[in-house]
Design a protein. Sequence first.
Lengths: 342, 628
Amino acid sequence: MNDMTPPQKSSPKDWESDQEVRWCPGCGDYAILKAVQRTMPEIGATPENTVFVSGIGCSSRFPYYMETYGFHTIHGRAPAIATGVKLANPELDVWIITGDGDALSIGGNHTFHILRRNLNCQILLFNNEIYGLTKGQYSPTSAVGTRTPSTPYGSVDRPAQACAFALGAGARFVARAFDVSKELPATLAAAHRHQGAAFIEIFQNCIVYNADVFAGFTEKANAHQQLWLKNGEPMLFGSEKSGGVKGIALDAEKLTLQVVDVPDGDWQKAGVIVHDVTNRSIAHMLVEMRFGEFPMALGILYDDPRPTFDAQVAEQMTSASAGKTPDLQKLLAKGQTWTVAA
Amino acid sequence: MASAAEQDLASSKVTGAASPSEAVVVRFAGDSGDGMQLTGGQFTLSTALTGNDLATFPDFPAEIRAPQGTLFGVSAFQINFGSDEITTAGDAPDILVAMNPAALKSNVENLRIGGLIIADTGEFNDRNLAKAKYDRNPLEDDSLSRWQLVPINISQLTMEAVKPFGLGNKEALRCKNMWTLGLALWMFDRDRQPLIDWLKAKFAKAPTLADANIAALNAGHAYGETVELAAPLKQHALAPAEVAPGLYRTVTGAEAIAYGLVAGAQFADLPMFFGGYPITPASAILHYLSPLKEFGVTTFQAEDEIAAVASAIGASYAGQLGVTSSSGPGIALKTEAIGLAIMTELPLVIVNSQRGGPSTGLPTKTEQSDLYQAVYGRNGDAPLPVIAARAPGDAFECAIEACRIATQYMTPVMLLTDGYIANAAEPWKIPDLSSFDRFPVQFMEKAPESGFMAYARDNKLARPWVKPGTKGLMHRIGGIEKQQGTGNIDYNPANHQAMTDIRRDKVAGIKVPDQIVDQGEAGDALVIVGWGSTYGPIKQAVKRARAAGEKVAHVHLRHIWPMPANLGDLLRSFGAILVPEMNTGQLKTVLRDQFLVDARPLNKVSGQPFTIAEIAAAIDAALSGQKG
């Protein structure tokens, strides 16, 4: 308590472990790693209080490269391991690193339940729409028709939409970003600020097995296809250069979203919606927007905290224990007993 | 190889000495209007049809229709049945079916301690409680804690079952006895068909009544199957002379394990985290632990078996004692995660309440067929210590032992119990907790002078346990092979060889007490080697043989892996080795493998425990083989 020296702010370098980073050159994971290492000092995190938990896959190697506590677990189970970590010590700052196969295929059940329970943690889903570590099979987020060694004639099953899944599972924070985006650190920081399970889908370019699959909105030339959502601001995208500013409005008759032109910057007249991060109905519409017909909704789609699982478990532990003395010897002799004389 | 088949007793009829302790005594008690005599009579009929020897004892009031719900209006029917010769209707019932408070009150005191009470909660209303002179509802206080209570709203369930037949309330409730009978038939694997035929004949002129009664019978049977209600299996009572003085209570294996885990966590000076998922017959452990929050026990009902073990591993990583529990199918699901705990060398206690398998198998029946799964059942060379409890009370000490080994050696530990031990209640001398050795955990909080290494070894080959949150000791662990010492990822061939050897040597080097001989002595003509819940019948059978002058010994293993250091020499001292198991010979195989001894199997895989007579017969056969 006498220690009055203010904690010295760390630098991104302090968050780099001594391990050689072993992703393919050009992999989007590098950019995400840098963004996380840049974010940690900004949010005031401390390495000893930070735990990265991952499953299996390329992205799940992530914890080895962070100078924090780290647990590289088994395929799909990171949310379950993280739940035990956080319940055992709610003081820890828990980050889950997962991928589209890890979180939505083999670990879909755990992803659903951690969101439903609202464990206070950050879940970073690196979505590259492919199985990288096992050499290029299609994944549950691959577009229909994706040709891979396991789908030589193209995949036929419809892809899962990560953010729609998260919201459907009851997530109270849903965000989207992409690997090389300048907005990624701010999105991560917002996720960290949110008390509860914060779900971030990060589009990540797999340069070897699924290169440029997100180029339609991540390329500089396609920046007009990015709809960056900001709380309290109108949902605008594009520019005069790209063929005019556009916005997202509500088609009140069909109860769907629609793209509208915004001439002369008069978005109010065009009926463009002002983003409210606590509006769950709009969030459902945003995560369902089909890219092509619509821009890609990015940033914080939804953020409306409610009590966390770990806090409620801790509260119940305290209230149920109140006034009770943990005397095991007494507990053993509770109920009916009898004495056998010597 | 032929010997296994020859000695397979599952299907053969064994005749042995009369052994009333192996019989089951059921008492049906209700209002004289509840049709208890009819229920008992029909149960008798179906029991006789299955070839059980039996004796019955109808006990009904003199009044034809005594006032409903009163103590003097209670009618009861008792039946004693079993595979051996039955000579009496049995003194103390093992099961009491109480259809109302009066039936409970006038019969419960005769129920043997640890026996099962099935009570119709629908009849335990204020009016009936008052008629039976109960001040408080005995189903809702501690007054029945000497027994196992299964409260079921039989009245309501019966009404639901017969609803389609449009009977009046009173007529509908008359079918309660058939519902109860259906449940009893399920518990004891009795055939329903003779009763269905009988009901059809009895109500030939009122087919609706026949159908309603059959529906009630089927509903009761289905209820037992759905809630996986198992008949309590009788523990072999100790002779009075053997009872040590002290304070006693009854305890089931599930209770004893729950309390043993709490004690083990206390002795390790750790909070406990229990990750569980409902499964028969293991759920009871979760139920017993969930209210114990003031003991620092966090229970987490996970979304599946995998999440249950994974959360426990996460909790151990964060510095609590992680525990998970299941039955064979659930353990199978947990297996990959158990491998992770072996690789990351984290403490973890895994309780397996074994049941009949494979697959869903026989959820309510007992078996010992997960020994291979416990000892060998993982991918890779993945050794872990295995402990087996022999009886409900013994499970308490075994749970403490599992916590000790897990925390002292930084390893997952498998504790084997079974449906028989988990469900059965036995009198238990309450242990004095101050008599146990403590084993407080020392977390590493500062790097040693030589520098911090996550996979450094102490003299037991255990690695340091570092809680996240500890300054300066940040490190990464995971399922990929570790470099010796540093714990960094390492694919080097020589390193994998060395780490595999270390994992093997660490477990092999766990200090377990030398094996003692339960009865008899080293060098006897024959030794019966058992593990787990076969303890009771083996003990009694060996005792009888010794009383008859035979040189037979009984050795019962608690430590299945690693085995006691003296076990090989001990086994080799006997003239012959017989291993009775409720499986096809799993411990027998491990003993042969470990010690190259001629262990012979005695196997029974019927979902039923061994009878004393079966083991006595095998002892006779083994001895006469030697003499001949």
